[in-house]
Design a protein around this ligand. Structure first.
Ligand code: UGA
Length: 480
């Protein structure tokens, strides 16, 4: 760990700092409005004019708690949206790069957007700036950005490159930004570290939490978040290693769930017993149909690829991926074990997004399950509270696929109901109404949202993950 002296930033500066954020996706847009909420002046740059126009008009483009409220509070005042990166570079002291780093065919992160932004910044640099990478990137990216800017003729004294990874979860991104477990700043010079410390001072000093209308969360004036001062390379690895470790935790509990099924044990009891050990912790031990989203699958693959390129044996990550893929196949077998044959079966599907409380369907295990079930010849009635518009774009309605207005509409006359996403509203369904709607009272729950005993009391045959199948007496019995 580096030892920069941040004591003079224990109180935020009176003047707002000028910050540019490049990219207005989940990370960039949330960072932009949250920096404004912390008192800074922000320019959010995106090369997509339609997005810029929509944001100027108050459309957040994504489904995220608190985002509409903050966007309305700051748009066109403390947060300006534009396509002109040169102007933003000239006006700002720090430029955060938050553009996409999609997965290439080999599993590597594709860094061409980051490179393009670095080149464009280089063309306008005439006074000292700190360039901050906030996108999730492999360990050597910081050096490449530095090299690219120097190659474009900028003197080394005119800029520093810092790594400041984010740990936001979709659905709770705004609260995660303003109430982080930690703020990681990877920098190799004291002046760059100092500017980042100043930017985050409203949080680390606790003054933000004194604002009467501040967004609530775990941090407070008495318990502000810590700022971790590291080298750039350590910061880059912290991000990848954190996501890979969380994915590993999920695959681990999924493998344990499979063992529980084989042994007739209950994975919820096992996870609770493990999680109470503070060294393990209870979070990210929820079994299911595997992890998805725009981060874990991509980041595990990228981290594995980085290790491979550096000659480090990290095949553990291949196992994490293998278990994750296997989890969906197991769920399909479970559906088959409950229904015998699949061709021609009519299934109700609850949930299409990759997790609850978001409309994001990128790498969604639910979407993959729907595709697998359609390929098996099932017909599906699906419902999701927020992700149906996006789902229609990848899986258009067809004779064998309908999108319904509610869980109960989806359930009508279905041979079984499948729960594929952990939306809060799916955990509180009217079970009597559900029972009446279904043709056969069979629920196959890929997210363990219900207590098996409660389901049996309501007359359901209930199959979940890592728990014994629950069946009302003299009713249907599953055969594996
Ligand atoms: C994840 C990380 O949690 C964030 O810290 C990180 O900043 C973010 O990736 C990123 O790199 O941008 P996110 O993808 O929004 O956040 O979603 P998570 O809540 O982590 O869930 C990821 C997947 O794991 C979901 O499919 C979820 O259903 C699954 N999951 C999660 C489980 O199956 N079990 C669990 O116990 C937890």
């Amino acid at each position: 760990m580096t030892n920069h002296d941040f004591s003079r930033f224990s109180v935020p500066s009176a003047e707002p700092l000028q910050i540019a954020v490049v990219g207005s996706g989940y990370v960039g847009l949330v960072a932009a409005v949250c920096f404004a909420e912390m008192g800074h002046e922000v320019i959010c740059v995106d090369n997509d004019q339609r997005k810029v126009d929509a944001l100027k008009g108050g459309d957040t483009l994504i489904h995220e708690l608190h985002l509409p409220e903050l966007l309305n509070r700051y748009r066109n005042t403390r947060v300006r949206f534009m396509t002109d990166l040169a102007e933003a570079t000239r006006e700002c002291q720090a430029i955060f790069i938050a553009v996409g780093t999609p997965q290439s065919e080999t599993g590597d992160a594709d860094l061409s957007y980051v490179e393009a932004v670095a080149c464009e910044i280089a063309r306008t640099l005439t006074s000292y700036k700190v360039i901050v990478e906030k996108s999730t990137v492999p360990v050597y990216t910081n050096e490449w950005i530095r090299r690219v800017i120097e190659r474009n003729g900028v003197h080394r004294e005119l800029f520093d490159v810092v790594s400041n990874p984010e740990f936001l979860r979709e659905g709770t991104a705004v609260a995660d930004f303003l109430h982080p477990d930690r703020i990681v700043v990877g920098s190799d010079t004291p002046r760059a570290a100092a500017l980042l410390a100043e930017i985050y001072a409203p949080l680390t000093s606790g003054t933000y939490y004194q604002k009467p209308d501040h967004i609530r969360g775990a941090c407070s004036t008495a318990a502000p978040p810590p700022l971790l001062d590291t080298s750039t390379k350590s910061a880059e690895i912290i991000k990848h290693a954190s996501n890979a470790f969380l994915a590993l935790k999920i695959s681990f509990i999924n493998a344990v769930a499979n063992l529980c099924e084989a042994a007739d044990a209950n994975v919820e009891q096992v996870a609770r017993g493990m999680g109470l050990d503070r060294r393990i912790g209870a979070r990210f031990l929820r079994p299911g149909i595997g992890y998805g989203g725009s981060c874990f699958p991509k980041d595990v693959a990228a981290f594995r690829s980085v290790a491979e390129q550096m000659g480090v044996d990290f095949t553990l990550l291949c196992e994490v991926e293998k278990i994750n893929v296997g989890q969906k196949k197991r769920f399909l077998s479970k559906v088959r074990s409950a229904l015998w044959t699949l061709r021609g079966k009519r299934l109700a599907v609850l949930g299409l997004s990759f997790k609850g409380e978001t409309d994001d369907i990128r790498e969604s295990p639910a979407i993959e399950m729907v595709k697998m079930l359609l390929a098996e010849g099932c017909s599906i009635s699906a419902f999701d509270p927020a992700a149906m518009d996006r789902a229609r774009q990848v899986l258009p309605p067809a004779a064998n696929l309908a999108y319904e207005e509610s869980a109960y509409d989806a359930a009508r006359d279905a041979d079984a109901l499948l729960i594929l996403t952990d939306w809060q509203e799916f955990a509180t369904l009217d079970l009597a109404l559900l029972h009446k709607s279904l043709r056969y009272a069979i629920v196959i729950d890929g997210r363990n949202l219900y207590d098996p005993q409660v389901m049996v009391q309501h007359g359901f045959t209930y199959l979940s993950v890592g728990r014994p199948a629950a069946t009302p007496v003299r009713d249907f019995v599953s055969i594996s």
